[in-house]
Ligand binder design. Structure first.
Ligand code: F0G
Length: 358
């Protein structure tokens, strides 16, 4: 009997494809290797005969895909001798930076838009000991601010937003894992677009695997922005982005060009989805497959439903949807969009009545 080696994180697993030197001390929480779950019940709703898979990135150590980029970015920050890490965030990056900063023994500063961060994400950032700085402004303004401070103090601070190329390098490993699991690339890859780092990273990962002869084909990259925060769809900056999906409440994505390249080179599309459709998909996913993802992640499913309705999908098409963050990140939105709990006295006949038994 062979003894399986424990998963040691994505740098260990994909080291030959990552910019990490043997002398770098790896900062890891054993991120990556997330479940790719086949979703037949949802597939039947999307389009006849297709194969649909969910890449459950909420299973990463801090509950989102950000950990993939953060392990590489913080490993390099430590190797380069930075004193502290800093990021702007709609929540998940701050949670991840806080955790990996703690793991590395580095100070972490996170700059977030006041009042627009889901409760779980804020709890993580403060619990891991990050200094949380709220600004009276949106994510785009927070990002501008941290880029400016990094420019003024270039060697003392490491900026760990996805403008840091190490973040993109780490995140591309999700595409590797999908190809390794399926033995091929999907026909379509669907994912949310906020600051547009992740779509850029996936496209790089798929192309790199094709270049290395690991897969033959490439997927159409299908990105989705919230309708009230859809700069790439409309081709112009959105000054005041609005959406229930706070993770992707972004009006001026840093990797705008990367997203357009992924879209155009792959024969894909970037489309906008209304908040109502995001919330409908959010509930459908949790109820149909038992997978709880946060609202921004559910946009992948809303996008799949729209793609299915367009008639473009063919039987046997293989779709992968990235579910970027865990549903527990945002308990307030979950409770607000579910049926309220019933309250009854501790009484058998009352319970039987509720169960429609008596
Ligand atoms: N989904 C979730 C759950 C996110 O947190 C984000 C981005 C995205 C999708 C979009 O990914 O920015 O690479 O296009 N969250 C960032 C943050 C902005 O600060 O946590 P993207």
């Amino acid at each position: 009997m062979s003894v399986a080696r424990a998963w040691g994180g994505l740098i260990e697993h994909y080291r030959d494809r990552l910019p990490v030197k043997p002398s770098d001390k790896v900062v890891t929480l054993n991120e990556g290797n997330t479940p790719l779950v086949r979703a037949d019940r949802l597939a039947a709703v999307v389009a006849p005969g297709i194969e649909l898979w969910l890449k459950c990135e909420g299973q990463n150590p801090t509950g989102s895909f950000k950990d993939r980029g953060m392990t590489v970015a913080v490993t390099k920050a430590l190797a380069e001798g930075a004193e502290a890490i800093i990021c702007a965030s709609t929540g998940n990056t701050s949670a991840s930076a806080a955790a990996y900063g703690a793991r590395a023994g580095m100070r972490a500063y996170v700059v977030v838009p006041h009042g627009k961060i889901a409760l779980g994400k804020l709890s993580q950032a403060v619990m891991h000991g990050a200094r949380v700085i709220q600004i009276d402004g949106n994510f785009d303004q927070a990002l501008r601010l941290v880029r400016d401070v990094k420019e003024r103090y270039p060697t003392r601070l490491a900026l760990v937003n996805s403008v840091n190329p190490h973040r993109i390098e780490g995140q591309k490993t999700a595409a590797f894992e999908i190809c390794d699991a399926l033995g091929r690339a999907p026909d379509y890859h669907l994912l949310p677009v906020g600051n547009a780092g992740n779509i850029t990273a996936y496209w790089r990962g798929y192309r790199e695997y094709q270049g290395a002869g690991r897969v033959e084909t490439l997927p159409h990259m299908m990105g989705f922005e919230a309708a009230g925060a859809a700069p790439i769809v409309h081709g112009r900056v959105v000054e005041e982005p609005r959406t229930i999906a706070t993770a992707i409440r972004i009006g001026n994505p840093a990797s705008w060009k990367g997203a357009e390249a992924a879209r155009d080179e792959s024969g894909g599309a970037i489309d906008a989805i209304s908040d109502d459709d995001i919330l409908a998909a959010y509930r459908l996913l949790a109820r149909t497959e038992g997978v709880f993802a946060e609202p921004a992640s559910a946009i992948s499913l809303a996008g799949a439903l729209k793609l299915g309705a367009s008639g473009r999908l063919r039987p046997r098409d293989v779709l992968v949807l990235t579910l970027t963050g865990h549903g527990l990140k945002d308990p307030d939105t979950a409770i607000a969009n579910s049926e309220a709990a019933l309250s009854i006295p501790p009484d058998l006949s009352r319970l039987a009545a509720v169960l429609e038994l008596g």
